[in-house]
Design a protein around this ligand. Structure first.
Ligand SMILES: [Zn+2]
Length: 185
């Protein structure tokens, strides 16, 4: 049995505002009883916040077993991060529809992973589409499943599916475009 994650990634927050926005949303989630205020060892990858008494309000369908899990927290991630999904990745040009990365084609992926490395190292990570020539940043491509490249994310570990209204409420508070990666490790 693996651990599942669902991430709300803000792909527009700047490095300067990520910490403040992350703290604001976390405080709001604590106030709503969605998560607990204290940090504990409850996510993969770092300390997090366990589900609060009202966590069900954030989910499509609550699941009583969540509180019993060791890994059941929310991790607020700040700093330059690749918010990834698991599964077969496909990357498509939003302008011409060309498939530039297909998981079945290892060469296309290894070529594109160089762009990700470049962005992660502090570069722009912009590439022209080979087919139509449109220069695109990493967040401009159509990723399936979703990937986000940014400085602020909220990783929910083993939670039931997040409710669309809840995600919309988080989006309102951030005022930015969100991407929703997910996967199972
Ligand atoms: Zn194109």
């Amino acid at each position: 049995m693996g651990d599942c994650f669902e991430t709300i990634a803000d792909v527009e927050a700047t490095p300067e505002e990520a910490d403040r926005l992350g703290a604001e949303v976390l405080w709001w989630l604590v106030e709503q009883g969605i998560v607990m205020a204290e940090q504990t060892d409850c996510t993969l990858g770092g300390k997090g916040h366990r589900p609060g008494p009202n966590y069900a309000a954030a989910t499509v369908e609550p699941w009583a077993g969540l509180h019993q899990l060791g890994t059941n927290g929310l991790r607020v991630v700040t700093g330059r991060t690749v918010f990834y999904s698991m599964g077969n990745v496909q990357v498509v040009c939003p302008r011409c529809g060309a498939v530039v990365v297909d998981d079945q084609d290892e060469d296309s992926w290894s070529e594109f992973s160089q762009v990700i490395k470049e962005w992660y190292a502090g570069g722009a990570g912009v590439r022209a589409c080979k087919h139509c020539g449109e220069p695109l940043g990493l967040n401009d491509w159509a990723w399936s499943p979703p990937f986000g490249f940014g400085y602020l994310g909220f990783e929910f570990w083993n939670w039931p599916r997040l409710d669309a209204d809840f995600v919309a409420a988080v989006s309102d508070r951030l005022g930015h475009r969100l991407v929703r990666p997910y996967g199972k490790i």
